[in-house]
Ligand binder design. Sequence first.
Ligand SMILES: [Zn+2]
Length: 74
Amino acid sequence: MSVSAATIDSIRLPVAKSRGKRFADFFTRVFGCWHLQMGRPMTWAGETYRACLDCGARRRFDPESWLMYGPYYF
Ligand SMILES: [Zn+2]
């Protein structure tokens, strides 16, 4: 019983994922990116930032406090 339930879950998961992606794309188009999926911190030209995985927006990142700060920029 539990085995078949797990099998159904593993089949349904990719469908739910693609729906979530489409939903996110819709929001990105209408409202702009919500920047929840930020990539790993990167340092370039003495500036540390994290970039949005969806739209590429960047935000400055303080490696000492491990927090992002300032406005988003492109
Ligand atoms: Zn973004």
